[in-house]
Structures are given as C-alpha cells and as structure tokens.
Ligand binder design. Structure first.
Ligand SMILES: Nc1ncnc2c1ncn2[C@@H]1O[C@H](COP(=O)(O)OP(=O)(O)OP(=O)(O)O)[C@@H](O)[C@H]1O
Length: 292
C-alpha cells in the first residue's frame, strides 16, 4: 500500500520570547507514516509533543529540520496559497467543540464556508450541507440553528461535518473526544470509524487517553519528550509494549478487562456480605431478643 503522509526526521523548534532565552525544541527526529484509510493513534503524556506534530502536519508549527511528505510532496514549508489549496486534502478536528465553531453563524453557514471558498455555492452547497449533516447523523433542519443550541457531542459532529466538507484524505484529530462525557465519547468515536469505513479517510488521532487510542487506531505511535519511542501495530503496542516508557504509561492506565472487572465486582459483593453478617451478629449480641 502506498503512503499518504510520511514524516521524516522532523524537528520543530519554538522561538521563545525574552532576552537570552533559548529556543525550545519540541520535536526531535520524529518519523511516522500514515497510509490511505488508516488511523494512526498518537499517544503520550501532556507536553510530549503530540499537538506540535499535528500542527506541523497542518503547517502551523515552526519546522526546523526533516520533512513532511504528503503523497510524495514535501509540505513542511508551503506558502499561504499552497497551504490553502491543500486544505481540501488535509483537515482538522480540534478538542473543543465550544470554541471551534463561530457562535454567530448558523450551522448551514459554518458548513458552507469551506464549500464557498471552493466556488461551490447556491443549491449545490445547500445539498452538500444536508448530505454532510446526514453523514454525522444530524437532522437536515439543524442547518438553520446556531451552535449554542447543540450539546457538546452534537457540536463535535458539526465540527466533523465541516472537516468532511471537501472530502479530505487525511484528518488531524487533536483530542477530539476529550471534552465529551464517556457515553458521548463512545458514540463520536464510532462515528469516526463509520465515516472512515464509508469514505476511506485517514486519521492522525491524537489523544492522551489510551482506551480511546486503543479503540480507534490501526497503528499507534508513542511520544515522549518530543520523540517517538515506540510505534507499530495497535494491539502490539498497547498489549505488549516494549519501551519502558510505554510500559509505564500503560501500567498507569490498566486495560479494562471484563473478566477481571467481574471478579472485582464479585469480590466487592462477598466483602459486603461478610460485613453485613458481622453487623448482624454484633447487633444480635448487643440485643439478644432480636432475631435476624
Ligand atoms: N507556541 C509554543 N511556544 C513555545 N513552546 C511551546 C509552544 N507550543 C507548545 N510548546 C511546548 O512544546 C512542548 C510540547 O507541547 P505539545 O502541546 O505539543 O504537547 P502535547 O503532548 O500535545 O501536550 P498536551 O496533551 O498537554 O496538549 C511543551 O513543552 C509545550 O510547552
């Protein structure tokens, strides 16, 4: 299979303001590839450089070394116009569905924006907006409403619809479910999977949540202090990590094993039962006339 995105030996260094302050190197020799239709999960603790890598792919971080090839073309240092042209291919969904949608625009206006920028207008754009709302399981009349009329999960669906408007090949998803409650997370994750199965879009899926990454990724890369310390098949990396950092990271967040959970529940019930019997015995001793 061909490679869609190939990041090679990437360095990103942020200039730091203030006299005598040294620039901060946030990524060091990072290499990673994404194939068409694939989800690569990027995991690591806060500050390890996950967002920086996503932003570099989007042309929003100061790349100081290495390359980012999209379909064989280096996109690490594109000018504004070339970058805009690439926005139909590479899109983004951010963490916060509250700040990422313009509160003054209706959903139809929000979803039409990328279409209008491409010269798709009028009835063609309206048809596409309805199609997009359907793709993310929102009713067609959602187009007339404002973002504030929707829940967090619904807003994230709208953000996903906007990202899909131009049929991208790759979406950088930066913690897209972290702001949602657990059951909404599960539904939005399933939506990501369903969309991928239907459209063949690839995801660079950034999350600090191992359960989320495990659920959605075909392959997983683990970041630590600006470097990728381990990468490979999702089950392999999450199930039998090799690098000591990954082992520690995964030990801190144990896999919810249904058999183990059932054993723990049975153990809790047994202890409660023991406690109840002990209480009743104590009560019976204190008041000998009482029958259990
Ligand atoms: N614009 C910036 N200028 C200077 N340093 C930055 C800038 N953006 C990020 N950093 C630093 O780069 C490092 C990596 O940050 P980044 O946000 O990529 O990590 P992360 O793994 O996504 O963490 P989190 O999950 O907390 O967002 C951090 O030490 C951060 O403080």
């Amino acid at each position: 299979m061909t490679t869609l995105l190939e990041v090679k030996d990437l360095d990103v260094t942020y200039p730091v303001k203030g006299f005598g302050k040294k620039p901060f190197q946030a990524l060091r020799g990072v290499s990673l590839d994404i194939r068409p239709g694939e989800t690569v999960g990027l995991v690591g603790e806060s500050g390890s450089g996950k967002t920086t890598l996503g932003r570099a792919v989007l042309g929003l971080a100061p790349v100081t070394g290495g390359s980012i090839e999209y379909r064989g073309r280096d996109i690490a240092h594109l000018g504004r116009r070339e970058r805009r042209a690439l926005s139909s291919e590479i899109q983004v969904v951010f963490q916060d569905p509250y700040s990422s949608l313009n509160p003054a625009l209706t959903i139809e206006q929000i979803l039409s924006e990328p279409l209008t920028a491409r010269g798709v207008a009028g009835s063609q754009a309206r048809t596409r907006v309805r199609e997009l709302l359907g793709q993310v399981n929102l009713p067609a009349d959602a187009g007339d409403r404002l973002p504030r009329e929707f829940s967090g999960g619904q807003r994230q669906r709208i953000a996903i619809a906007r990202a899909l408007a131009l049929d991208p090949q790759l979406i950088v998803c930066d913690e897209p479910v972290s702001a949602l409650d657990l059951s909404t997370q599960a539904r939005v994750l399933d939506l990501f999977i369903e969309i991928q199965e239907r459209t063949g879009v690839a995801y660079l899926f950034i999350s600090h949540d191992l359960a989320v990454v495990r659920h959605i990724s075909h392959r997983v890369a683990v970041m630590y202090h600006g470097e990728i310390v381990e990468s490979g098949d999702g089950d392999q990396v999450t199930g039998a990590p090799e690098h000591p950092y990954t082992q520690r990271l995964f030990m801190a967040a144990p896999v919810p094993d249904p058999v183990r959970q059932e054993q723990r529940r049975a153990e809790r019930l047994r202890l409660l039962e023991q406690q109840r019997e002990a209480d009743e015995q104590a009560l019976a001793t204190a008041s000998p006339g009482r029958t259990a």
